[in-house]
Design a protein around this ligand. Structure first.
Ligand SMILES: Nc1ncnc2c1ncn2[C@@H]1O[C@H](COP(=O)(O)OP(=O)(O)OP(=O)(O)O)[C@@H](O)[C@H]1O
Length: 254
């Protein structure tokens, strides 16, 4: 069984920012979490990551409630890439990526060989091998994003939670990242704004609005002009010739 949520609700600062949402991914699937700004995507990811406890409902991992598990045991299975990861400390790319190995440290310290292998593989997968000595503060926004993803990969998780991972990335790296995520033998839940990227790469999408789940299914089932108009107040043409493609229309177009 994968990481899952059962009718979770989160009352955050007096507002119901997640309202009765269930998530039950199949192992290995990539789930796209969609919805307008403020619809609750990041909040749901925080609940799934165990960073916050739901006001009601449960988040579970392998049949156990997440809240009952040790942080380290959760971190061995679940890696999270948040939106605004930053550090003031002068650390190198390799050092940030190596942080992903902390949950795997045994009582007698680190298994250097396994750690080195995981770090090297994560750097290679994210195209950062050549930049491994660079300092964090010398990196561009997109490079920092890739380092955070490399850290998550070094963690060798079964479940990957990504909050707008393609933010800051150029189109080449957006496609490369989403290809990587879908090919990894992990279950991924990805909050994403780009509906075309979601259509290209996600097995299923979940659409949130004001904390509630308003649609779920395959991109083909969910990303219809009616849904897009209803949730985003944007007119769109959806074609399905060579993969699902969404073209947005200006408000005054016929
Ligand atoms: N720290 C907080 N305390 C109280 N409310 C918060 C907090 N952070 C976010 N919210 C509120 O929770 C709601 C959901 O926000 P959330 O960040 O989960 O949405 P989102 O769908 O990820 O948005 P975006 O697409 O803009 O990143 C919003 O109304 C937001 O104002």
């Amino acid at each position: 069984m994968t990481l899952h949520a059962d009718r979770v609700t989160w009352n955050r600062g007096g507002n119901l920012v997640v309202d009765g949402v269930s998530v039950q991914p199949e192992p290995g699937q990539t789930i796209g979490l969609l919805g307008p700004n403020g619809s609750g995507k990041s909040s749901l990811i925080r609940l799934l990551a165990g960073f916050a406890k739901p006001t009601s409902g449960t988040v579970g991992l392998d049949g156990d409630e997440l809240a009952s598990l040790k942080r380290r045991d959760v971190a061995r299975a679940v890696a999270v890439v948040s939106q605004h990861a930053d550090t003031d400390v002068d650390v190198s790319v390799a050092e940030v990526v190596r942080l992903g190995r902390i949950p795997h440290r045994g009582t007698f310290g680190a298994d250097r060989t396994a750690d080195d292998r995981a770090v090297a593989s994560a750097l290679a997968h994210t195209g950062l091998t050549d930049k491994c000595e660079r300092l964090w503060h010398q990196l561009s926004g997109g490079e920092r994003q890739r380092v955070q993803i490399a850290r998550a990969l070094a963690q060798e998780p079964r479940e990957l939670l990504l909050d707008e991972p393609t933010n800051h990335l150029d189109i080449h790296h957006q496609l490369e990242l989403m290809t990587l995520v879908t090919r990894l033998p992990v279950t991924s839940i990805v909050a994403i704004h780009d509906l075309n990227l979601a259509a290209m790469f996600c097995d299923r999408v979940m659409v949130m609005r004001e904390g509630r789940l308003v649609a779920a299914g395959t991109p083909r089932e969910v990303l219809t002009p009616d849904l897009i108009a209803d949730v985003y107040q944007v007119r769109a043409k959806v074609t399905d010739d060579d993969g699902l493609t969404i073209r947005f229309l200006p408000a005054d177009a016929n």
